[in-house]
Design a protein around this ligand. Structure first.
Ligand code: PLP
Length: 288
């Protein structure tokens, strides 16, 4: 049983555990020099992997978008199991799965690995909520369709702009970001999906707007439907966000976090509903 991160290198023949404190990556790997690769963060709750199939589906969609080989599910599932078994038991483990285009000038084989570590603790902001600023992402909401090379909606390694947006939020004394399109639609956070409530209607932006298909957002819709709410994907005008009855940012490790302030305006929050939603997101994981 390991107390340090568990690292496995993965190739087409299988996976092998290596020392996470030793170097394993070439400085000429395309993933390092260009951010040319894909990833997933898999949340493991009490040893279970919620929405694993959905994550593999998304990893495959990202691989297709970047013209990378499709990941072999049985090798990756086996590697995930090995990592979970090798790690010291913790309530929540975050496993990062990465596949890059490989090493410059070498054959075409990707570089791939899986790293299991205890998940960051988001209990605090699940209770307190977050302040958010809207930031223009600089693309129209039809950019994904017209310019597929922008890789909008793929979970690729070039997250430097997402990290820059979070630093901008911090400069503006906010905790997080909701990206908007140049034609005025609300999109997603740099590492989260957007879910809003207007009366008995729960909405999220449609993936066609060039956003990641969120697995937590899908589970959250299930929660709201079980409570009698209607759900739908729609074009949500950024200007209308302040009129919403509730806004959440959701993702697999953080789960659901309520937005209590948007661009400096206080937003209504429903602590009981946020707690219920988080219980559902956690329990779904335990039950799978
Ligand atoms: N949108 C972006 C840009 C993300 O990076 C993430 C997660 O990292 C999400 C949405 C939420 O996805 P999921 O709920 O599948 O974790």
């Amino acid at each position: 049983m390991s107390t340090s991160p568990v690292l496995l290198l993965v190739d087409e023949s299988g996976s092998r555990r290596v020392d996470p404190h030793e170097p394993h990556l070439s400085v000429t790997d395309w993933g390092v020099t260009r951010g040319d690769g894909i990833f997933e963060s898999i949340s493991v709750i009490a040893g279970r992997m919620p929405t694993l199939d959905a994550r593999f589906d998304r990893l495959e969609a990202s691989a297709r978008a970047l013209d990378l080989p499709l990941p072999n599910r049985s090798i990756w599932t086996d590697a995930l199991r090995k990592a979970i078994d090798a790690h010291e038991p913790v309530d929540r483990l975050a496993v990062t799965v990465v596949m890059t285009r490989g090493v410059e000038g070498a054959d075409d084989s990707p570089t791939a690995w899986l790293l299991a570590r205890p998940a960051r603790d988001f209990t605090g902001i699940r209770r307190s909520g977050v302040s958010v600023v809207t930031l223009d992402r600089g693309y129209a909401s039809d950019a994904a369709e017209g310019s597929p090379w922008l890789l909008l909606g793929a979970k690729h390694l070039s997250y430097a702009t997402n990290a820059a947006a979070l630093r901008e939020a911090s400069r503006r004394d906010a905790d997080d970001v909701i990206f908007t399109s140049t034609d005025g639609l609300a999109l997603e956070g740099p590492t989260s999906s957007l879910v809003v409530r207007r009366g008995d209607l729960i909405e999220s932006p449609a993936v066609e707007a060039g956003i990641l298909a969120g697995t937590t957002q899908a589970t959250a819709f299930g929660f709201f439907e079980s409570r009698g709410y209607r759900t739908r994907f729609s074009a949500i005008a950024a200007a209308e966000l302040v009129e919403c009855d509730a806004i959440w940012l959701v993702s697999s490790v953080r789960q659901a976090v309520a937005v209590h302030t948007l661009d400096g305006h206080p937003m209504p929050v429903d602590d009981a509903m946020t707690a219920d939603l988080n219980r559902w997101l956690g329990d779904e994981a335990r039950l799978e």
